[in-house]
Design a protein around this ligand. Structure first.
Ligand code: GLU
Length: 442
């Protein structure tokens, strides 16, 4: 079996963290099994779908490195839906219903009032040809429902949730088509999954009850359904499914200087029994991806964790991965000197300013001033070709007897204007003799 997965966003907005996670898992699973990863644009809703969102979705996936192997669009497939719908109508598996939204609402309330589950009563199934003619004569246009088969329970073995069982008699026949002829998502998705030979449907657990209906649609269309993996939802760090989480997307992360690998490292492991680790290269994440590792409890997405992971990824990035994103003049040596001190690649610019100066150093004590004057003299005369920091501190240690903090800190402060920072052994050669002497004299 060749694995085929699909990520199926509706282009009614930009992708948020939850969508990105679903996209990532579809991609990881396809890559893990040498399969195909499809991007399917669910744009049957003409009113709410926007081309700009389609472009944004593509751009976000590209930035994340989740390149789809092919792209499909539901709006280009209406003929297929029409043909399969006609088959279902001929087989009596879809039926027209005429209730208005208000009528349905009233029915729901009455059932609830009687302590019954608010399931559609199938009144439309009992209509005769004359009834329908009369209703249409009154100017009503039907919407369409899929007739669930009540004979047997709906069961499947979910890759994340384990064995699932639904009693179709407790479910409403789902509306699949609106009165204006437009499609709801359920049936087109099944037709696409059949036509595109999707083997694994990976999506959020908010779709579990849709799956129960859709499994019968696969059967009604004469197809073996794919496997399903329904993932526990993400919650915000406050523990709830927050509004904030629904609005966090790539634009926000890019602004914060988050690398795509940090997002993938976190979202690839969150909610699994494997530890979250910083993967600058995603191969190990792909190799270890397995739905059996996923838990059923909601996974907590924490932006602070993402920021920490990002720093650990930045510390691994080779110069080639950041060239073009760092200030001109930063070369491989400068990058490896600065890198351990960064939380984001963007911060390289701050350290590069420190290298280039001018630096704003605090005024030293009298004692330190004399010490720094000696340091300037040594810096002037020492050999800069190999490890000047070692030579400078060695000479000063011997001459003044200073060691530890008393030796290093005044030098660091004078040379960088800061108490902490990159290893001076790596930084000093970048600052260079001229600027170093000047700063020590100042
Ligand atoms: N367009 C649907 C959604 O975004 C797709 C669900 C699915 O993966 O089947 O929820």
């Amino acid at each position: 079996m060749t694995v085929t997965t699909r990520f199926a966003p509706s282009p009614t907005g930009t992708l948020h963290v939850g969508n990105l996670r679903t996209a990532l898992h579809n991609w990881l699973f396809a890559r893990r099994h040498g399969g195909t990863f499809l991007l399917r644009i669910d744009d049957t809703d003409k009113e709410r779908s926007q081309e700009s969102f389609v472009e944004a979705i593509r751009a976000d996936l590209a930035w994340m490195g989740l390149q789809p192997d092919a792209e499909e669009r539901q709006s280009a497939r209406f003929d297929h839906y029409e043909a399969r719908f006609a088959e279902l109508a001929a087989a009596g598996r879809v039926y027209p219903a005429y209730e208005t939204a208000q009528e349905l609402d009233l029915k729901r309330k009455i059932r609830l009032g009687r302590g019954l589950p608010p399931v559609y009563d199938r009144a439309a199934l009992a209509l005769s040809d004359e009834d329908r003619a009369r209703l249409e004569g009154e100017g009503r246009t039907p919407h369409w429902r899929f007739r669930l088969d009540h004979d047997a329970p709906i069961i499947w073995d979910d890759l994340v949730r384990g064995p699932q069982r639904f009693d179709p008699a407790t479910m409403s026949d789902p509306v699949i088509r609106r009165a204006d002829g437009s499609w709801l998502y359920l049936l087109p998705s099944v037709i696409d999954d059949i036509d595109m030979a999707v083997t694994h449907v990976v999506r959020g657990e908010d779709h579990v009850s849709n799956t129960a209906s859709q499994l019968q649609m696969f059967q009604a269309l004469g197809s073996t359904p794919p496997a399903f993996a329904h993932e526990a939802l993400l919650t915000g760090s406050e523990g709830k499914l927050s509004k904030r989480l629904g609005s966090l997307g790539i634009a926000h992360f890019r602004e914060l200087g988050i690398e795509p690998q940090a997002i993938a490292s976190l979202l690839g492991r969150l909610g699994t029994s494997d530890p979250v680790e910083p993967f600058a290269d995603l191969s190990p994440l792909i190799a270890g991806f397995d739905f059996a590792r996923f838990g059923r409890a909601p996974a907590r997405f924490d932006e602070a964790e993402l920021a920490q992971l990002n720093a650990r990824i930045v510390h691994q990035l080779p110069f080639a991965a950041v060239a073009g994103r760092v200030p001109e003049g930063v070369d491989a040596a400068a990058w490896s000197a600065i890198r351990p001190n960064l939380e984001t690649v963007g911060q390289a610019a701050d350290w590069w300013r420190v290298v280039q100066g001018p630096v704003d150093a605090p005024a030293p004590s009298d004692d330190d001033r004399a010490f720094l004057t000696r340091a300037a003299e040594h810096a002037e005369s020492l050999d800069w070709s190999t490890d000047p920091w070692r030579a400078l501190t060695g000479a000063l240690k011997e001459e003044t007897g200073r060691k530890g903090k008393a030796l290093f800190l005044p030098l660091r402060l004078a040379l960088t204007g800061r108490e902490h920072g990159p290893d001076m052994g790596a930084l000093l050669p970048l600052i260079g003799k001229e600027r170093a002497v000047e700063r020590l004299q100042a």
